[in-house]
Structure formats: structure tokens, C-alpha cells
Design a protein around this ligand. Structure first.
Ligand code: GLA
Length: 394
């Protein structure tokens, strides 16, 4: 649906009161490398997609929030004064969670009608939830500021942080900052090199010289994703506690060098915890090397680090599984593929591959059929463009 059709749909649902409709949009993301490093104070290297969550919105005179989506028949309504009451609803808790966290952070909001249109495939590891959270945040803050005569602009990094808090408190996933940051701060044709220790970042041009980013979706239903995600996070914290005693002054795994880890890893006697920490330490290193390689135009090294990253997520972090491993294995058999790895949290979701332009069609055909043969599932493929972060569309 284009913007005009969306506005039309909004009017069909909420009616026309003569007041202008506003449109906001915020993207999903693909992470190129740096997985499960963000909540360890490490580096990540995501890029915003052109798949997005778009909202048509109009402020109301009262404190009521009405939410509906183009692909859902139900309307969720809540008062801005009673948001906590709706914590357990199935659809709408991302949006109401963001509204609640914004108010707790001191933002003055206003009631509004909102129609959502999402093109990021849900639950696919491409941050459909961050896209919804961030677009909700910028919509509510823009309309709230206008209603209350506040002229300050929007602090996009703060929108990302508040969206992350909503995900912790309303969705129950103890996620890092990567997804919300990428959705808020993305830039067309650039990836974001982000240091999650202090949120310093750099937009790095994605000059892929005849290559494309191809995303392959396992279409595997993720079960227990949140539980396993939170479990990995606790394992890293357990490892950190042990290393802290040996390496004074450190506050996160992202501050530990590979040498320091090698010298002290024997102190972590639980093998599972040691493997998790080893992944984080070397994955962090790979991000630095990948960014270096990309800046030098050395795509082949970049691809090699992607493959190493996948292997580490499979063997040390143990978040891949048959579907993701099959997609990567089959991708690497195709002439013209220089790198492939799972992207996002894992346990299903998507892979990201760097594929020579003239090999893209063959990639989709061959990987698709081998995947179906091995898993019985039909994969989906997206040849992705790198888009801008959250914004109002005028
Ligand atoms: C999910 C989380 C992110 C990050 C990735 C793994 O996408 O939301 O914060 O931890 O998993 O890299």
C-alpha cells in the first residue's frame, strides 16, 4: 500500500475531521556482523532496511490511544492514564509499552488514532518489533510536543533507548540496543558501526561493488526465543563476574581483549559459559576487522569474517540450528557468494549473504530448493536495499 492508500484506509476507519494526517516510518534492520555483542558492551554493524513500520496518525482531543493495523481486524484502545492495565495484550503491547515508557521519562503525550502498516516480516529476526517501537516513539513525541507547545527536536538516540526499555518491560526480552538504534539512526546506503559501550557510532558507506545483500528467511516458527535469549545473556554475565576478579577495572565483556581472555579463560570452569564468552570476545574482534576491510574495499575478507561469525554462533554460542545452518551451507556452495551468516538473535529467523549481482537469481533458486528438500519448509528471499532510519514522511 502506498501512502495515499494508507491515508484513505485511515479515513475509512477513523473518519475525516478535516485535520491533516501525519505519516511516520521506521525500518527493520539486518545485522551484517557483531551478534550477541550489544548487551556485552561490544561492537555491532547493522544496516537499516527499506522494509519498515509505517504509521498514519492524527492527534485527538482526549487521552485515548487507538491502534489498528492494515493486516489486523481488531482495534486496541487504551487511555494514556491506564497503560499498565494492557500489559498482557497480544497485539499493541509494543506501542502501549513505548507510550508508557515515554511518559515515565517525562514526555507529555496526547491521545491519537494510529493506523500501522508493517512490511518487515514479523518474528523473522529483522527487528519488526524495533521498527514498531521506534515509529511509535517518534509519532507520539512529535504529536505530543506539538500539542503541548514544546519546540525541542526529537532526540533519536533517546527514542531508541526508550524503545529498548519498552521491549524489556512489556515484551519480556532483555535485548541490547542494536535493533532500536539501527531503526532510529539508519542512513541509506550506509551501515552503522556502533560501540554499544557508549553508543558512539559511525555511518560507514556500503559500497558493495557489484554485490548485493540477500536475506534468506528460514520461515521457522521461533519457540522459546525470549527464554533462550535471556539465558545466553545470563551466561555472559556469569562469565564476566569471574573475569572481573582477574582483570581489574572491567565492566563488560566488550572491554576484554583476546589476549586477556586467553590468559584467564581457565578461570571459567563451566564449559558452556566459557564458550559463550569466547564467542563474544572474538566476535567483537571480527566487527573491527570487518569494518576495516569494508573501508578498504576488501569485500572478500569481509565475507570471510561473516562465515567465521556464523561458525562461532553455531559452535560456541549455539543459537543456529538446522534451518539457519542449512541456509548458510547451501549459500556457500553458490559461485558468487562471498559471505553468509545468521543475523539477529538466532533460533530461526534469517541469514544474510553477500552475493554477486549476476548470481542472485541462481542463489534464490538453488538455495531455496535445497533448503526445502532438507527441512520441508519454503524459505523466502529479499534482495535488500539499505534505507534511512525513523522519520516523518512529508
Ligand atoms: C536481538 C536483540 C539485539 C541483539 C541481537 C543479537 O536482535 O534484540 O539486541 O542482542 O538479538 O545480536
Amino acid at each position: 500500500m502506498d501512502i495515499n492508500q494508507l491515508k484513505q484506509k485511515f479515513i475509512e476507519i477513523f473518519g475525516d475531521n478535516g485535520e491533516a494526517l501525519r505519516v511516520f516510518s521506521s525500518p527493520g534492520r539486518v545485522n551484517l556482523i557483531g551478534e550477541h555483542t550489544d548487551y556485552n558492551g561490544g561492537y555491532v554493524f547493522p544496516a537499516a532496511l527499506t522494509l519498515s513500520s509505517t504509521v498514519v496518525a492524527r492527534p485527538r482531543k482526549d487521552r485515548q490511544i487507538n491502534l489498528i493495523a492494515t493486516d489486523l481486524g481488531i482495534m486496541v484502545s487504551a487511555s494514556l492514564d491506564e497503560l499498565e492495565k494492557h500489559k498482557d495484550i497480544k497485539w499493541g503491547n509494543y506501542q502501549l509499552g513505548v507510550a508508557d515508557e515515554l511518559q515515565k521519562a517525562g514526555y507529555k503525550l496526547v491521545g491519537c488514532d494510529m493506523l500501522f502498516h508493517d512490511t518487515v516480516p514479523l518474528g523473522s529476526g529483522l527487528s519488526s518489533s524495533a521498527a514498531i517501537e521506534v515509529v511509535t516513539a517518534i509519532t507520539l513525541v512529535t504529536l505530543g510536543n506539538e500539542a503541548h507547545g514544546v519546540n525541542s527536536g526529537i532526540d533519536m538516540v533517546e527514542m531508541a533507548k526508550i524503545s529498548q526499555t519498552a521491549e524489556h518491560n512489556y515484551v519480556g526480552v532483555n535485548c541490547g540496543i542494536m535493533d532500536q538504534f539501527a531503526s532510529a539512526m539508519g542512513k541509506a546506503n550506509h551501515a552503522i558501526f556502533l560501540d554499544c559501550k557508549d553508543l558512539s557510532f559511525e555511518h560507514v558507506p556500503l559500497d558493495l561493488k557489484g554485490y548485493r545483500i540477500v536475506i534468506s528467511n528460514t520461515k521457522k516458527k521461533r519457540s522459546l526465543g525470549a527464554v533462550k535469549y535471556n539465558e545466553r545473556r545470563s551466561e555472559c554475565e556469569a562469565g564476566l563476574e569471574i573475569l572481573k576478579k582477574a582483570i581489574p577495572g572491567i565492566s563488560c565483556l566488550g572491554e576484554i581483549s583476546a589476549e586477556q581472555f586467553e590468559k584467564n579463560k581457565h578461570l571459567i570452569t563451566d564449559e558452556v559459559v566459557r564458550k559463550r564468552v569466547e564467542h563474544v570476545i572474538y566476535e567483537d574482534d571480527r566487527v573491527l576487522k570487518s569494518v576495516e576491510a569494508l573501508k578498504k574495499g576488501d569485500l572478500h575478507s569481509f565475507g570471510r569474517y561473516m562465515i567465521e561469525s556464523h561458525n562461532s554462533l553455531r559452535d560456541l554460542y549455539e543459537v543456529t540450528g538446522l534451518e539457519l545452518d542449512t541456509l548458510v551451507e547451501e549459500a556457500l556452495k553458490i559461485d558468487g557468494v562471498i559471505g553468509s551468516r545468521m543475523t539477529g538473535a538466532g533460533f530461526g529467523g534469517c541469514t544474510v549473504s553477500i552475493v554477486r549481482e549476476d548470481a542472485v537469481d541462481r542463489f534464490i533458486e538453488d538455495v531455496g530448493s535445497a533448503y526445502t528438500q532438507k527441512t520441508g519448509i519454503t524459505a523466502e528471499f529479499y534482495v535488500s536495499e539499505v534505507g534511512d532510519g525513523g522519520r516523518e514522511i512529508k
